[in-house]
Design a protein around this ligand. Structure first.
Ligand code: SIN
Ligand code: FE2
Length: 216
């Protein structure tokens, strides 16, 4: 193996600790990508991507859909999980087995055993899309971690503290990276900087993020 390839191989399998209970698992999802990508089409054929409105009346730049028993939604009345897609009036598409397997394996690698997500939020970022700092607080049980899978274009993720104004660290999330946070880090503020357009070989000018949670 050439030294550059060797370096890339090590990078791929490295993990980075961002907090007492927060890990970035570099390249963890790469072996799953070939199975994951066709699932996006299956999911969005049932529940298409849409831009939702926040309780404050802003249309999100990120387009989203869900799979699993519960799906995260927002409208003028607030944020919540529902078992029915409000746009179709039907249940969200079921969570592909490979999704649950990946989320469970990543959680285990980060030190959280027996993670069984019932919700997978699928976010699609076009160039310029961003997600402002927020806490994930709509789930019932904060003992369960959050598992976030990045595909496509690289994003700059902001990871803050427990107060909105706490300093943030910025971390590049590349295609195949998985970030897991829970425990004492479960309620830390986080967000995504406006996405730069640097087309990805498989997914083009977009970033897809799966966020797995045990919501109900
Ligand atoms: C989220 O916080 O819901 C998504 C984070 C991401 O896109 O990486
Ligand atoms: Fe979040």
């Amino acid at each position: 193996m050439q030294s550059l390839e060797l370096f890339e191989a090590i990078e791929q399998n490295s993990c980075q600790r961002l907090g007492p209970a927060t890990m970035v698992l570099r390249g963890f999802a790469v072996p799953y990508v070939r199975e994951l990508i066709p699932c996006i089409q299956v999911i969005t054929a049932i529940s298409p991507f849409r831009q939702m409105v926040t309780p404050g009346g802003f249309t999100m730049s990120v387009a989203l859909t869900n799979c699993g028993a519960l799906g995260w939604t927002t409208d003028r009345r607030g944020y919540r999980y529902t078992s029915i897609d409000p746009d179709t009036g039907k249940p969200w598409p079921s969570m592909p087995k490979v999704f649950a397997q990946l989320a469970n394996a990543a959680a285990t690698a980060a030190g959280f055993d027996n993670f069984q997500p019932d919700a997978c939020l699928v976010n699609r970022y076009a160039p310029g899309a961003r997600l402002s700092l927020h806490q994930d607080k709509n789930e019932r049980d904060y003992d369960e971690p959050i598992v976030s899978v990045s595909l496509g274009m690289t994003a700059t993720f902001m990871f803050g503290g427990h107060e909105r104004n706490d300093p943030t660290v910025k971390v590049q999330l590349n295609h195949g990276d998985v970030m897991v946070w829970g425990g004492v880090d479960r309620l830390r503020y986080h967000g995504v900087m406006p996405l730069k357009d640097n087309p990805h070989s498989l997914l083009g000018s977009q970033r897809i993020n799966f966020t797995f949670r045990k919501a109900g």
